[in-house]
Write a protein that binds this ligand. Structure first.
Ligand SMILES: Cc1cc2nc3c(=O)[nH]c(=O)nc-3n(C[C@H](O)[C@H](O)[C@H](O)COP(=O)(O)OP(=O)(O)OC[C@H]3O[C@@H](n4cnc5c(N)ncnc54)[C@H](O)[C@@H]3O)c2cc1C
Length: 406
């Protein structure tokens, strides 16, 4: 993301406006959106168009595509407010920020015209097909979806699952093996854009997540044919594109999750102050004060770690901090929302508060975009290696212009 003068000030102002929009328009619509998928789809379109008319759509897109042109460290102030509602990322076009950046950087002119620009206008919905049923999500080498390069076209065959938004997607960027088994994974996979209305593209089933349907699907690709221009990046070099994508995805989504954690914290504190029990309010119970202190410390620490990860990306580095931040943000969201549910008692588990939806969504974050254990097993050896090569890990903070919310 490119820089502009006074980016932190501009980001603070946009964050304030996004927060106001969420509180005024999105939060009041949540109960109806939770209750019915049909109503949810209709209200989403209305809210998106309202956000667009107020200049709050696609703030994280590249400036050349109508975004605010903020560096990632500044955009995160906005992203946290977008994430305050479970629906916020979809309402503000933030859900597609990662696909937009990936296609802007790596797509051909044909894909830009047919898929990227409609996505930026909110007319197309992207999805991303990496994980496969029966395979280990973190081990690309085991994926068997393949793309055959023929003289006049590419043919994609395989099965993907847990594809977010596949129920309403216009296209799916598919990770598929294009080269022989002898090749190293970094030279063996290609990314290909497949329209969801192409012959051979089919949704096998929708997968409930913790018992609720939120658009994750299993998808079959039965010899789907696309032109060569649908390849994103170089043939065989899909993994390099995926790495760039994942760095941005983890960082932006982490801030959305912290928006959820902060909202859970707000709900928890209000409940503690308003609920009367024998001997005063819940807030007077020392045991519950522990929830407040732990949550405050965890949110503050995770927020700083995500900003630090964003600074690494702004500097063009894929650093160990990206995994650390993702780990901290997802664990924080789960822990804080768990405590918020706890202090609401049974009410926290039904849909009279937004907490049950938020908690369910947060639980998934410890699995997708790299499970906790995968982050740990990648980061620990990298940190330890620095103690063999030099004096140890460099903890210097890369965030020079640290912009705290006003
Ligand atoms: C809500 C949701 C949305 C998703 N959206 C998408 C999407 O849009 N597109 C897409 O392609 N995928 C998506 N996924 C899939 C997600 O990316 C995978 O579930 C994730 O990568 C984990 O892979 P897996 O499920 O195959 O688990 P596995 O790889 O089988 O791992 C299971 C567990 O084993 C452990 N483990 C695995 N590998 C290691 C390792 N190397 N070191 C230590 N421990 C390890 C971890 O505890 C891990 O949780 C989504 C998943 C969810 C839940």
């Amino acid at each position: 993301m490119t820089a502009e003068p006074n980016a932190p000030g501009r980001a603070r102002e946009l964050a304030r406006r996004v927060r106001e929009f969420v509180d005024t328009h999105v939060v009041p619509a949540e109960p109806e959106m939770f209750a019915s998928r049909e109503v949810c789809a209709e209200l989403l379109v209305e809210l998106q168009s309202k956000a667009r008319s107020q200049g709050l759509w696609g703030i994280g897109y590249p400036a050349s595509l109508g975004g605010a042109g903020l560096p990632l460290t500044s955009y995160l102030l906005v992203a946290e407010q977008e994430g305050r509602s479970f629906y916020g990322p979809a309402v503000f076009g933030a859900e597609t920020v990662v696909d937009v950046h990936m296609l802007d950087r790596f797509a051909t002119p044909q894909v830009r015209e047919r898929f990227l620009l409609p996505t930026v206008r909110g007319e197309a919905v992207p999805s991303y097909g990496m994980t496969e049923p029966g395979k280990t999500g973190s081990e690309v080498s085991g994926f068997t979806t393949e793309v055959r390069f023929e003289p006049d076209r590419c043919t994609v065959r395989g099965r993907k699952w847990f594809i977010s938004n596949a129920d309403r997607a216009t296209f799916m960027t598919v990770m598929a093996r294009s080269e022989g088994l002898g090749k190293h994974p970094k030279d063996a996979f290609s990314l290909v854009v497949v329209p969801t209305d192409a012959t051979g593209f089919g949704i096998v089933r929708e997968l409930p997540v913790l018992g609720h349907f939120t658009g994750q699907c299993e998808v079959e690709l039965r010899d789907v044919q696309v032109p060569h221009s649908h390849v994103v990046g170089e043939r065989g070099a899909g993994l390099a594109v995926v790495q760039q994508r994942l760095g941005l995805a983890r960082t932006v989504r982490s801030m959305h999750w912290l928006g959820q954690a902060q909202r859970g914290f707000d709900l928890m504190c209000r409940r503690l102050r308003s609920r009367r029990v024998q001997g005063g309010h819940l807030a007077d119970k020392q045991l519950l004060g522990q929830h407040v202190a732990d949550s405050y410390a965890e949110i503050s620490a995770a927020r700083a770690l995500v900003r630090r990860a964003a600074a690494r990306i702004d500097q063009g580095r894929l650093h160990v901090d990206l995994g650390v931040a993702k780990l901290a943000a997802s664990r924080t969201a789960v822990a804080v929302l768990d405590r918020a549910v706890q202090v609401h008692g049974a009410e926290g588990l039904c849909d009279d508060t937004p907490l049950s939806v938020m908690y369910r969504a947060a639980r998934s974050t410890r699995i997708y975009d790299g499970a906790d254990e995968v982050q740990i097993s990648q980061m620990a050896p990298r940190i330890l290696k620095t103690y063999a090569d030099s004096d140890g890990f460099d903890f210097t903070d890369p965030v020079d212009d640290f912009a705290a919310p006003a």
